[in-house]
Design a protein around this ligand. Structure first.
Ligand code: ATP
Length: 309
């Protein structure tokens, strides 16, 4: 499978306060690859370096060191081809309110020098479910529609790679779902997707692979499934028949938390105890189990584990 993006030892140093000659290492020797057809997530806490990374790809920030290759083009040698190979969906909505979606896309196509005969404005509008709004004023579009229009704008020159920087920040749940549905559809027709999001459950649902960066360093790079497998702690919540809360519960390698007179949360490292042992123990203690819910953990747990100091 073709490599869509590869970066090798990518570093960015910003010069901070010039008098004090402070330096900010926004990215330190990042090496990673994104394969054609992937949905790849770039995650990290605030200030991790995500925007810097995407801005280097977009050509708006100049890297300090390292190699960047996009769709087979070296950023140093072929910056124009690199730009032509990516569509960037910015964090902020920056649309001219008085143009219709169709007009905006036609103008954007003009900027890329796309001939009328090669314009695919209507197809793109359909792809992002804005065909019915093609001729409305952009200012009359809902927040979610505006976001989708930004995606359409980034797709005008038909780049093989679409980069989305926090596309769902401040977008409500329903619209978010809709937006991701459109992104998945684009991916299905072959567009490689690179995205950043603050919502970890979204990354968990959307991404094939994830890179986590923290303070400019790559701290994890793996398939979403393997990252989730790293979660060692399992939690089980037991709803029980009312009991005395001063009960003493003890088992090796297991932590018991008495939450109320009918709820206990048990946490333990996966595979250190089996479920039957646990339920037998509770029965021995005359606790009657009414219901259970199991928390296998999510990407948030991995994220916290990897980004805490
Ligand atoms: P967020 O999630 O908050 O958007 P981020 O992961 O995108 O954060 P960046 O914006 O890339 O992080 O910033 C990485 C580091 O570089 C931060 O310490 C930031 O303060 C610093 N930085 C970013 N841009 C500049 C700049 N133009 N000049 C100096 N320092 C900068």
């Amino acid at each position: 499978m073709k490599t869509a993006l590869s970066v090798e030892n990518l570093s960015k140093v910003y010069l901070g306060d010039k008098k004090k000659a402070t330096k900010i290492n926004a990215l330190n020797n990042i090496t990673l690859e994104v394969k054609q057809g992937e949905i790849f997530g770039l995650l990290g806490p605030n200030g991790a370096g995500k925007t810097t990374f995407l801005s280097i790809l977009a050509g708006t920030v100049i890297k300090t060191n390292g190699k960047v290759n996009v769709w087979g083009f070296d950023l140093d040698k072929n910056p124009r081809q690199v730009r032509a190979s990516i569509g960037i969906v910015p964090q902020e909505v920056n649309l001219d309110a008085f143009f219709s979606p169709k007009k905006l896309l036609d103008l954007q196509a003009g900027l890329y020098g796309i001939k009328n005969s090669q314009k695919i404005t209507d197809t793109i509008l359909k792809l992002v479910s804005l065909d019915e709004q093609a001729d409305s004023y952009s200012r009359n579009l809902s927040g979610g529609m505006k976001r989708r229009l930004l995606i359409a704008k980034a797709m005008v020159h038909q780049p093989p790679i679409l980069v989305l920087d926090e596309p769902t920040a401040g977008v409500d749940v329903e619209l978010r779902k809709n937006l991701w549905k459109n992104v998945k559809e684009l991916n299905k027709i072959g567009v490689t997707i690179i995205l950043t999001t603050h919502y970890l459950f979204e990354a968990q649902e959307m991404c094939d692979r994830i890179a986590i960066i923290n303070k400019g360093n790559l701290v994890a790079l793996d398939t979403t499934k393997k990252l989730l497998d790293r979660i060692k702690i399992k939690k089980i919540l037991f709803k029980l028949k009312k009991f005395e809360t001063n009960i003493i519960l003890k088992l090796p390698n297991v932590k018991f938390f008495v939450e109320s007179n009918d709820t206990i949360v048990v946490s333990y490292e996966k595979d250190t105890i089996n479920f039957e042992e646990l339920t037998n123990y509770l029965k021995e203690k005359n606790l009657k189990i009414l219901d259970i819910s199991i928390d296998e953990g999510d990407l948030e747990d991995v994220f916290i584990q990897l980004t805490k100091n």
